[in-house]
Ligand binder design. Structure first.
Ligand SMILES: Cc1ncc(C[n+]2csc(CCOP(=O)(O)OP(=O)(O)O)c2C)c(N)n1
Ligand SMILES: [Mg+2]
Length: 374
């Protein structure tokens, strides 16, 4: 089964202004360039742990976030979160510095690749455990509905968007959250980035068919929970933006949640540690030909929304921004030792950093085997 061969909705390309087209293009190029730089920096040993890149999936982040969300709206991401953060307006410098584990990072170097969080931009986190972010985004939507419906705050019209993958749709939190969003008519949008794979598990091998057909559709689970389910070509930023705008408007009007299944593809392995040997050459080539960035570029040039020269300038601006993020991250200080136990709940046995900056404890036996920190 190849779910992308069936017709996606909606089918027509919407008309957009030159300004919006260029904004979308810039955001997708920024996402791609940033991730390619991450790969270089990872292989040069500048980053630690697992790093999951988003290359290929840019049309989803850009179409949903840059294309229609406000700064005070909320998003929840996964471990593939750098580009969602960028689209939401977090500075490239702060994301790169976080990846380098530096104090100037968006979580002061304590989150790393999978845990980007920024309250100012409504980024409620990247989450390493799959499905973990979904109830968090749901909670944000609940708080908005509560402020509007119970406390009578007319201005409470933010929406909360949850991003997660196809594999994550077989985790219980997905269904629990769909149910609650529907029950309370929450301003919550569930965006499934169906890239056909969950590490090495192909989507049709892990997901049962929906009623009335033999395909493992995810969008059809929306109506089962009383909300619209929409399927969209996730390699086409304009189509993604179109369905996202509709879902966002619906949520802002207080009409409840929407489930969007965006069909997309990652151009690299699951993480930078993955040799990516399971996916066929043919499948990779098929999606490479549908790369969302050149697609939008052709559209912009065909419609005369910008000249080649303008787009080149824009690309040069992005390259400079990404380069600057690395320079900034390199030059930034490491977190101070005093940060080590910050945001860690006090241990009743007295662990902590003493005034002299040394590791402190009150129960001697408890330190057996613990490295001394100085
Ligand atoms: C609760 C939990 N179980 C298992 C894992 C291991 N794991 C990491 S990524 C992943 C696959 C997720 O695939 P998908 O939701 O399609 O997201 P994608 O990586 O394709 O973006 C799994 C099972 C995990 N991180 N959390
Ligand atoms: Mg997947």
């Amino acid at each position: 089964m190849s779910s992308v061969d069936a017709p996606a909705q909606p089918s027509s390309k919407p008309s957009i202004s030159a300004e919006v087209a260029k904004e979308l293009y810039r955001d997708m190029v920024l996402g791609r360039e940033f991730e390619e730089m991450c790969a270089q920096m990872y292989y040069r040993g500048k980053m630690f742990g697992f790093v999951h890149l988003y290359s290929g999936q840019e049309a989803v982040s850009t179409g949903v976030i840059k294309g229609c969300l406000r700064k005070d709206d909320y998003i929840c991401s996964t471990y593939r979160d750098h580009v969602h953060a960028l689209s939401k307006g977090v500075a490239a410098r702060k994301v790169m510095a976080e990846l380098f584990g530096k104090r100037t990072g968006v979580c002061r170097g304590q989150g790393g690749s999978m845990h980007m969080f920024d309250a100012e931009h409504g980024l409620l986190g990247g989450y390493a455990f799959i499905g973990e972010g979904i109830p968090v985004g749901l909670g944000a939507a609940f708080s908005v509905a509560y402020r509007r419906n119970v406390l009578g705050e007319d201005g409470a019209d933010q929406v909360s968007v949850n991003f997660f993958g196809d594999g994550t749709c077989n985790v219980g939190q997905f269904y629990e959250s769909l149910n609650m969003a529907s029950l309370y008519k929450l301003p919550c949008i569930f965006v499934v980035e169906n890239n056909l794979w969950a590490i090495g598990m192909n989507h049709p091998r892990s997901t049962g068919p929906t009623l009335g057909d033999q395909e493992p559709w995810i969008y059809k689970k929306g109506p089962a929970f009383g909300m619209p389910g929409v399927r969209v070509d996730g390699m086409d930023v304009l189509k993604v933006r179109e369905v996202a705008l509709e879902a966002v408007e619906r949520a802002r009007r207080g009409e409840g949640p929407t489930l969007i299944e965006a069909e997309t593809y990652r151009f690299r392995g699951h993480s930078l540690a993955d040799p990516d040997e399971l996916r066929s050459k043919e499948e990779k080539a098929k999606y490479a030909a549908r790369d969302p960035i050149p697609q939008l570029k052709s559209f912009i040039l065909d419609k005369g929304l910008a000249t080649e020269e303008e787009l080149r300038e824009l690309e040069a601006g992005v390259a400079a921004e990404v380069e600057d993020s690395v320079t900034f991250a390199e030059a930034s200080p490491k977190p101070d030792m005093s940060q080590l136990l910050e945001n860690v709940f006090a241990d009743p046995k007295g662990f902590g950093i003493a005034a002299d900056g040394r590791y402190r404890y009150e129960l001697p036996g408890f330190t057996a085997g613990t490295a001394e920190v100085s």
